[in-house]
Design a binder for this molecule. Structure first.
Ligand SMILES: Cc1cc2nc3c(=O)[nH]c(=O)nc-3n(C[C@H](O)[C@H](O)[C@H](O)COP(=O)(O)O)c2cc1C
Length: 158
């Protein structure tokens, strides 16, 4: 069974999560595509497709949205997983629902709310200012939800 993971990241957290998922799903059968760096491969090769990104100012990365819209017809024929990185636990479900189209959410085999990180050293001046102002957080902090990652991955392992 071939698996494709399609994702985007700003500061590397979603990439870390994708690394963990790849490890759990099996490196030899998993192809990883960063929409910022790689071409979308022929989707017919894959029986399972996982799509993920992170929330910035309430929105997932636009290329992730575009991928979902452009390939919706093919994605509805796959075993599908949708996952998100975020730091606002209170609004994470709403952010998830806004990030992915309803058709795909309904069709998906699993939804993953997988936590996130604030990495101040990777933020630019404006990002740092906004995050400090809104969250009052001042230090880098990791809240990646590893048990949720394990549960999400396990639902794709036969
Ligand atoms: C400028 C900025 C804005 C953010 N806005 C939100 C937000 O609106 N909601 C939320 O849940 N998390 C928000 N976050 C937290 C990110 O989703 C979190 O840092 C995530 O781990 C980033 O993953 P990435 O490095 O893969 O992009 C924000 C982070 C930054 C730096």
């Amino acid at each position: 069974m071939e698996t494709l993971i399609v994702y985007m990241t700003h500061h590397g957290t979603t990439e870390k999560v994708v690394g963990k998922l790849t490890e759990l799903l099996g490196k030899t059968t998993t192809t990883v595509v960063n929409l910022q760096q790689n071409q979308v491969p022929d989707l017919s090769r894959f029986s399972t497709i996982l799509i993920g990104g992170s929330i910035h100012a309430g929105e997932i990365q636009p290329p992730v949205k575009k991928f979902c819209e452009e390939y919706e017809y093919e994605l509805l024929k796959k075993k599908l997983g949708l996952f998100l990185c975020y730091m606002d636990k209170e609004h994470r479900q709403k952010e998830f629902d806004q990030a992915f189209p309803e058709n795909l959410r309904k069709h998906a085999h699993a939804h993953g709310l997988l936590g996130g990180e604030f990495l101040f050293e990777k933020m630019n001046f404006i990002e740092r200012f906004i995050v400090r102002l809104i969250t009052k957080e001042k230090k880098s902090r990791s809240a990646i939800d590893y048990p949720a990652i394990a549960k999400f991955a396990a639902s794709f392992v036969i």
